[in-house]
Design a protein around this ligand. Structure first.
Ligand SMILES: *Cc1c(COP(=O)(O)O)cnc(C)c1O
Length: 353
């Protein structure tokens, strides 16, 4: 979802932005009007996430999936070991790991919860982090399984790289604990088409000689994300979303709202035994809440009847089945109340044999 005030503001400016005489969609990315938009987007995101000055903020294309390749391509040469460490806590972190292997790099999986069906995040202790490695990659919130790191791994001098696609700007996070944070914008920030990379300056400049220019964070940083045409309209939408969050009190306020929504849903799940929440409580995601009935036909019935009742997109990811309620920033508390109401009714109407 996108916040309704954001969609309304975008609608009001769709045809003509300010006094520009044109839509943001029609602007040159080098025009003064557009430069103000991208500069505002960056400064608002910096304010929102409290991003220190020694980090660059990049507005890129290609989705988080492109960063699965960009991470090793930009960082592997940081050390002589040319080794990348990975924690595999779900599907996307698994894809990131495989991408590094595919590119022929020395990638090592140091922790995984695969044998437990990814029902919790792995424990990563400092002694597990080879200090000669170029980086450690984690996925902070595992969208498909509904888990989230409830701690930030201590990595010593090894930069921590985190895919935060499905939890970015849902709550405050200490950026200084990370070397790189990246996120596809379409879960919590904007429509699809934009990828955010937040990278500490000292990690720039290690790119391979044959590096594709478009994947080189340093080139993008040196050009203010405008080496080529950026996803202009999506950046504008992201700016409106940042503005909206700042107007309601920033990430502290956002966190309180998200906690309240998640508490309502998990509270209900814990209070009954019709639905099963497979994730261990300590790893529960505040954004993606997964549950099953234990009967795949009932799960299917649930998703289709929920959809007919106006509760959309509750079917679990095609790889895991069951149900998943993605309660991102823009989902109002009332939306979760409606879901819990539906869940109670469905359980009454569909007793298990
Ligand atoms: C959705 C998602 C991705 C994939 O993002 P794209 O922008 O579609 O490439 C990667 N990682 C996580 C954690 C996600 O939630």
């Amino acid at each position: 979802m996108l916040p309704l005030p954001v969609l309304e503001k975008a609608a009001s400016e769709l045809v003509c932005y300010g006094n520009s005489g044109m839509s943001v969609m029609e602007m040159s990315h080098r025009s003064p009007e557009y430069e103000a938009i991208i500069n505002d987007a960056e400064s608002m995101l910096r304010r929102l996430m409290n991003i220190p000055d020694n980090y660059k903020v990049l507005f890129l294309q290609g989705g988080a999936s492109t960063q699965f390749a960009a991470v090793p391509l930009n960082l592997i040469n940081r050390t002589e070991s040319k080794k990348g460490l990975y924690a595999v806590s779900g599907q996307f972190s698994g894809k990131a790991f495989k991408e590094a292997v595919k590119l022929g790099y020395n990638a090592e999986c140091i922790a995984t919860t695969k044998d437990d069906n990814f029902d919790h995040v792995p424990v990563i202790t400092p002694d597990m982090v080879d200090q000669s490695a170029s980086y450690l990659h984690i996925c902070f919130n595992n969208t498909i399984y509904g888990t989230k790191f409830d701690y930030i791994p201590e990595t010593g001098n090894v930069p921590l790289v985190a895919d935060m696609s499905s939890c970015i700007i849902s709550e405050p996070v200490d950026v200084t604990k990370f070397g790189v944070i990246y996120a596809g914008a379409q879960k919590n920030m904007a429509p699809a088409g934009l990828t955010i990379v937040i990278v500490r300056e000292d990690l720039l400049g290690y790119a391979e000689e044959k590096m594709p220019t478009m994947l080189d964070w340093k080139v993008m940083a040196d050009n203010g994300s405008m080496y080529n045409t950026p996803p202009c309209y999506t950046i504008y939408m992201a700016k409106l979303v940042y503005e909206w969050i700042l107007s309601i009190g920033g990430l502290e306020a956002m966190k309180k709202m998200n906690e309240k929504k998640a508490a309502l849903l998990y509270g209900y799940l814990d209070s009954q035994n019709y639905y099963i929440a497979p994730v261990k409580p300590s790893s529960r995601s505040m954004m993606n809440v997964t549950f099953v009935t234990g009967n795949s036909d009932l799960d299917k019935k649930f998703a289709s009847e929920a959809s007919a009742a106006g509760l959309k997109n509750l079917k679990g990811h095609r790889s895991v089945g069951g149900m998943r309620a993605s309660i991102y920033n823009a989902m109002p508390y009332e939306g979760v109340e409606a879901l819990v109401g539906f869940m109670k009714k469905f359980a009454e109407e569909n007793p298990k044999a």
